[in-house]
Design a protein around this ligand. Structure first.
Ligand code: FAD
Length: 405
């Protein structure tokens, strides 16, 4: 009998967890499992703010895909998915190669969402993957290295703007605030030459967080020299900086470094499939299957799961993606083995911790508010737990964060 073909797209949190569980549950004679990913490495997306700011080397944040999977059970293909033909059950790759599937797991992650703001795509950096993170780091290093070699410096050369004071924006701006004094020292630049500005359209930083935690975070970051512009919309990004507006007042802020960290959407590949979606995120069924697409499961940031208690979607997080993987794997295994009783996905959210640099953080874990070093230690526990789930004790020992205090 022909073995069913299971194809997993993306080796991020959702894709790698799905694959690891599929390889445990299905024997080589039961299914052909293929994992396709753009790069031959998996990266810790939740560490990209550190890579971008240059406080963590990019190699610490990535690991070879083949070190995480069982090569006897899973075929790994390094390639870029360009399209999915749902009717013909085929994945199309960059070299026009076509891969057939019986079961497909789409785990292609997120892309930056610029909400149509003029010039952002062209002139702002985004924290999207290892390469965009490395580009931000290199740009920062180059800017600091160039400063003292110029007779005339462009206005705003040493102004770093972060668009968005949500989770990612705050984590990134905190790393920047820690790194800038070191860069100033290294390149002999007075600290007061550098401005770090965080712009947020909402009436508060970290919308949705506990007000006491927000106040702590903002105060800590202001102490390190971060200027917040809250309730301020970025109207346009140009090669010279940004144009913002607040209360009908428009202001231009000159900058050579604008990092957009204020929005994400699912992969654009979702839009091409024709599956009903909202900003490239698909409202999946309770068993994580995509509506109207036979054999297709969606996990991670490309999926949208509604929280029944609030009737709102769960925010796209690694925590959710990592919990979805085992459920998708279990359900595919059940179907392959002829079962019909599929598992329902229900996120088991343990909390959220937002880092404020390597030594500070805020969070709510198991309903308890955490600040400072205890929150920071908890953040490292969360990061280490992800490594353990992905690659066991070996990966944890190799890449783990053990500098707790
Ligand atoms: P990803 O982990 O992004 O993986 C997608 C994979 O698909 C990548 O390997 C990519 O290379 C691959 N891919 C993409 N397109 C293609 C293609 N066309 N062809 C082939 N391969 C492709 N969440 C938390 O829970 N806690 C946190 O503390 C937290 N911190 C964060 C900090 C930052 C700076 C950022 C950016 C995000 C953070 N998040 C956090 C959110 C979290 O990282 C995402 O929700 C999570 O990565 C989603 O997992 P995923 O598997 O959907 O996608």
């Amino acid at each position: 009998m022909k073995k069913p073909k299971v194809v997993v797209l993306g080796a991020g949190y959702g894709g790698i967890m799905t694959t690891i569980h599929l390889q445990k549950q299905l024997g080589v004679n039961e299914a052909e499992i293929t994992l396709i990913n753009k790069n031959d490495y998996h990266y810790e997306t939740t560490w990209l703010h550190e890579v971008s700011a240059g406080t963590l080397h990019h190699d610490r944040a990535r690991v070879s895909v083949t070190d995480l999977i069982n090569k006897n059970k899973v075929t790994f293909m390094k390639n870029t998915v360009t399209d999915i033909n749902i009717e013909q059950k085929k994945v199309i790759l960059k070299n026009n190669q076509e891969i057939e599937y019986d079961y497909l797991v789409i785990a292609l992650g997120y892309e930056s969402e610029t909400f149509g703001i003029k010039g952002l795509k062209e002139h702002a950096f985004s924290i999207s993957n290892i390469n965009t993170a490395r580009q931000i780091r290199e740009h920062l290093d180059y800017t600091f290295a160039t400063y003292n070699n110029l007779e005339e410096r462009p206005e705003g050369m040493m102004t770093i703007i972060v668009g968005g004071a949500g989770f990612t924006g705050i984590e990134f701006v905190a790393e920047i605030a820690n790194r800038v004094p070191k860069l100033c020292k290294e390149f002999d630049i007075p600290r007061d030459t550098v401005r770090i500005i965080c712009v947020e359209a909402a009436p508060t930083a970290l919308p949705g967080f506990d007000p006491q935690l927000i106040e702590y975070a903002v105060t800590q970051l202001e102490r390190k020299g971060v200027e917040f512009k809250i309730g301020t919309m970025i109207k346009e990004c140009t090669p010279e900086g940004i144009i913002v507006s607040k209360d009908d007042q428009t202001e231009e802020i000159k900058s050579q470094t604008v990092v957009w960290a204020a929005g994400v959407r699912g992969s654009h590949i979702i839009e091409k499939t024709g599956i009903e979606n909202n900003r490239c995120r698909v409202k999946v069924g309770p068993d994580l299957r995509a509506p109207g697409a036979e054999g297709v499961f969606i996990v991670g940031d490309c999926s949208l799961v509604i929280n029944d208690e609030t009737d709102k979607p769960y925010p796209p997080t690694a925590q959710v993606a990592m919990q979805q993987g085992p459920v998708a794997a279990k359900n595919i295994t059940t179907l392959i083995k002829g079962g019909t009783d599929l598992q329902t996905f229900k996120p088991d959210l343990k909390g959220t911790v937002c880092s404020l640099g390597h030594d500070d953080a805020i969070g709510v874990v198991f309903g308890r508010k955490l600040f400072g070093t205890s929150a920071s230690a908890m953040k490292k526990v969360v990061d280490n737990r992800a490594l353990f789930l992905e690659g066991g004790p070996g990966l944890l020992l190799k890449k783990g964060k053990f500098n707790f205090f």
